[in-house]
Design a binder for this molecule. Structure first.
Ligand SMILES: NC(=O)c1ccc[n+]([C@@H]2O[C@H](COP(=O)([O-])OP(=O)(O)OC[C@H]3O[C@@H](n4cnc5c(N)ncnc54)[C@H](O)[C@@H]3O)[C@@H](O)[C@H]2O)c1
Length: 248
């Protein structure tokens, strides 16, 4: 969990969707490394364990979500250095039966909210000495799978948005990168892995390391991309999938 490093002393960080899974592990690591952290989630119970964080119950798809988050960053942290757009959902259906409603629902959380929150954060990040945006893509930022089309669309789009942010913000010393998790055991995926042994085994065997990932595996990569050490990395999509996409 970041060990004795204190790379984030006085660094102001915002993590969305921090009540569970990858976002929770990321916020905990940033706190452990001395960061000043603002967290939000639409389901706030899981935020309680993040001692020392400023907490906001908030649905990232709400009309005023981005504005509220930036106001909280100002009032609770006095600005913003690191934005981690983590909140996301996994849902889908075959295109033939995919409803407009489900299509909209997935894109609202996984893409539109990332766009709106990133846009609102830019003026604050420009004032930072070392602005960082870390978005969460997926192995599905470059591939798809049956019945997961809208999720794959959202994660391909997160990749394109992040590359654009990198190009537009580089001159301000702001980096923008995205992490691409493989199969990670979190609230989003646990039921699917538990319910279907074939699904679980598929991903375990696809991984060169023969295991599923844990939230900390991804949080370590997010925290690295948010750190000073990653200052010359931007527009990059970092695969953290145990080698799953290398399997023939
Ligand atoms: N778990 C995996 O295998 C995996 C793989 C690739 C990418 N990802 C991505 O990682 C990110 C985190 O997912 P996770 O696996 O930790 O899932 P998770 O369900 O454990 O955590 C996601 C958190 O986001 C919150 N959230 C969801 N919609 C929200 C909304 N509208 N407003 C506010 N909060 C909201 C949830 O309440 C939850 O606490 C997502 O972007 C997901 O797409 C996960």
């Amino acid at each position: 969990m970041g060990g004795a490093l204190r790379r984030f002393e006085d660094i102001r960080c915002l993590v969305t969707g921090a009540a569970d899974g990858i976002g929770h592990a990321t916020a905990a690591m940033l706190l452990a490394e001395g960061g000043r952290v603002l967290v939000c989630d639409r389901n706030p119970a899981g935020l309680e364990a993040l001692q020392g964080a400023a907490k906001l119950e908030l649905d990232v798809t709400a009309e005023d979500a981005a504005e509220r988050l930036m106001q909280a960053a100002q009032s609770e942290l006095g600005g913003l250095d690191v934005l981690v757009n983590n909140a996301g959902i996994a849902a889908g259906a075959p295109v033939e039966t995919l409803t407009d409603e489900l299509w909209r629902q997935v894109l609202d959380v996984n893409l539109d909210a990332v766009f709106r929150i990133s846009r609102a954060a830019i003026p604050l990040l420009k004032l930072s000495e070392r602005g960082r945006i870390v978005n969460i893509g997926s192995v599905m930022s470059t591939m798809s799978s049956p019945a997961m089309g809208v999720y794959a669309v959202s994660k391909h789009a997160v990749a394109a948005l992040t590359k654009t942010l990198a190009l537009e913000l580089g001159e301000y010393g702001i980096t923008a990168n995205y992490v691409r998790p493989g199969a990670i055991v979190t609230g989003l995926s646990r039921d699917a892995f538990d319910a279907d042994e074939n699904f679980r085994n598929f991903w375990v065997n696809k991984s060169a390391l023969r295991r599923l990932g844990q939230p900390e595996d991804i949080a370590n990569a997010i925290v690295f991309l948010a750190s000073e050490e990653a200052a010359f990395i931007t527009g990059h999509g970092l695969l953290v999938d145990g080698g799953a996409l290398q399997t023939p």
